[in-house]
Design a protein around this ligand. Structure first.
Ligand code: AMP
Length: 181
């Protein structure tokens, strides 16, 4: 099973992603997590990623595609995966040809996203300043919404109300995936 999770920051992608990973026995992988780890490295690439991330901007498509494909070529992802945070631009989506089963869009309003991030923000994440969060929401509308259309046209998009309870959302997603489980 190869699934992609799309949603604004705070939509619950990692919560649902981890539940689905257990359901299907495949690993959960988040590009945000990969980039946060790379940003800790004292290398030119690490420093560059850190600056871009902390501003709430997107890492370039070429770098992202290279890093993600390196990860997905690892043997542990051969059977499938739950991928959170990629593709985030139309260029990434068009370049990514991995036989994805479904793309799950966890839909929440901008206002709800801001509430949730503010609520969980304990100051430990350098990339969660208000400006960075605003930039991330803006770039979701500008760059990631076209990705939703791209998969909608392919008949792969599953749209779920991300403002419901965790278990209700989980069930709603599974309903769309029963054939493959
Ligand atoms: P996330 O945890 O998914 O919100 O990702 C945190 C940050 O990592 C984003 O704000 C971007 O700077 C970077 N990032 C994650 N995934 C991508 C992607 N697919 N393309 C470009 N940048 C990304």
């Amino acid at each position: 099973m190869k699934l992609i999770l799309i949603g604004i920051q705070g939509a619950g992608k990692s919560t649902q992603g981890n539940l689905l990973a257990k359901d299907f026995g495949v690993p959960y992988l988040s590009t945000g997590h990969i980039f946060r780890e790379l940003a800790k490295e004292h290398t030119p690439l690490g420093r560059q990623i850190k600056v871009v991330m902390n501003a709430g901007l997107l890492i370039s498509d070429s770098k992202t595609l290279k890093i993600v494909s390196e990860y997905l070529n690892r043997p542990e992802y051969e059977k499938g995966y739950i991928l959170d945070g990629f593709p985030r631009t139309l260029i990434q989506a068009k370049a990514f040809k991995n036989g994805i089963d479904k793309v799950i869009y966890l839909e929440i309003s901008d206002k709800e996203a801001l509430w949730r991030i503010a609520g969980r923000n304990d100051g430990t994440r350098e990339d969660e300043t208000l400006v960075a969060i605003r930039n991330r929401i803006e770039s979701f509308h500008k760059f990631t919404e076209p990705v939703l259309d791209f998969y909608r046209k392919k008949g792969k998009l599953v749209e779920v109300d991300g403002e419901k309870e965790i278990e209700e959302i989980h069930k709603a997603i599974l309903k769309h995936l029963t054939v493959k489980k």
